[in-house]
Design a protein around this ligand. Sequence first.
Ligand code: AMP
Length: 548
Amino acid sequence: MQMDFLEFSHICEALEGTAGRLDMTGIVRDALSPLDEADLPLFIHYLMGRPFPDWSQEKIGVGPNSVYDAVAYVAGGDRQVVVSAINRSGDPGKSVEILLGKKEQMSFFSESLTLNDIGRDFTLLAVIGGNKSQREKDRILRRLFANASPLEGRYLARLLLGELRIGIGEGTMRDAIAGAFAVSPAAVEHAYQAANDLGEVALIARKGEDALNEVHIEPFRPLKMMLAKQGTVTDMLSETGVLAAEYKYDGTRFQFHKVDGICRMYSRRLEEVTHAIPDVVAMLDAATSHDVILDGEVIAVRDGRPLPFQYVLRRFRRKHDIASHIKEIALAPNIFDILWIDGETLIDLPFAERRERLVAAVSDTCVAPQLMSGDEEEIDALYRNALNDGHEGIMIKDPRSPYTPGVRGKLWVKIKPAVDTIDLVVTAAEWGEGKRAHIFGSFLLSCLGEDGSYIPLSKVATGFSDEALQEMYVALSDLVLSEEGKMVHVEPQIVVEVGYAEVQKSPSYAGGFALRFPRFIRLRDDKSPEEIESLRMIEERFLAQSSR
Ligand code: AMP
């Protein structure tokens, strides 16, 4: 039987009222088993607040204003009615629920929505694409909200706005899938790393543990990237004895897929960027005759020296005049890992073995040089060379480690000069003053809470050039959720890197911490909001600094 969106909404409501992770896992687990083949993946994606699988290039592509317009149309009134309601409650989902409650009394209510209906409309919205077909999109949104009961409206609006607020993380979902289909969480995790889609993994889990262990990487489905933590050479050496050290290139991460001469390039956020950097794609294509998935960092170079990170981003963002930009900014790929070759999944092999496979398969013009060493002085010398050559520092890696997609662990450690910087997401902005009155002048930055919510940490108003402020304004003005005096709340989408002097305890912020002397460094549009610093990591920074 198909699941109704109302039932889904009741489950979301139950989860929202549940605090303990075990209890949440239990609720999800019980909901999973009865679902049919079509509903199971949809249920999982939606419960995690994502309309499509993580590897998918599909995007719903509707902004908050379109959502408000549709709700206003259905509930009677104009967008302002919706915006004022949100300003009062601070919660777009609950405001939509209340407004749709009024609609119900007028008995507009018609057909019931199934999970499948939502899936069909999300796909339609994604297929319609671009701004040109706004009318068609508006029609779909109106139909959805016209058929939604108030409670459904709460979760529909949140799904469309990209903030479900029920706190189902990947770990909870993994355990729920394992519980529902009597398989081990490790097998679910393993399959998830290769398939990058928990919805599909659940379908496989239903077939049993062996089926999960059989899951292989599929080309043209980008995997999450393995990430690094901060640490020291001494600590890592005492742990591993020998380590692999490479330059830390200050550019942009990429994942390159090639099969039968067809090449595609993905950014760190797993968005396809093949069209933006045809020169890099051609270099990588020429560098190997194998079918491969490669992981690396592309940097901009001039006269043999790396240019700052912003130059690469300019190239990645480019949609037109690509040819002239190729002339202006030369890019060079540095490959440091191989995840798949000629149908064989390599992520479970130790890094040292993957490196051998990489060197054997790919021309060394594109492969990042590596030092394998147990000698601290030798590694320190590499670090000094890296800085002299204009790079950010070095990466040191455990040669025994598998490739763990999406994991920020101690298997990869970054060593760079001691400037404390932190990546946070902008959750609100404040109008500027004087000549900056028409753009935003300061920004409220938030970190990630345990339940996936965003917790305010600091305001930043310094370090911006006029150009950077303009860029922030353009990036944020499409994301406005509500306005409150001079404060404008925005959808948490834009990640920025800020420098700071110290993490301090603060009663004025909900997380209990604030940054001292925050200073804007750069926009990190290569990072997604899920990748920012968590409150737990901030607490770790606080403790580390007091023990210094
Ligand atoms: P951070 O963004 O500061 O967490 O540092 C990790 C990032 O450094 C990775 O996501 C890569 O984009 C980048 N990076 C540069 N050089 C390397 C390298 N040799 N190995 C791994 N990552 C690298």
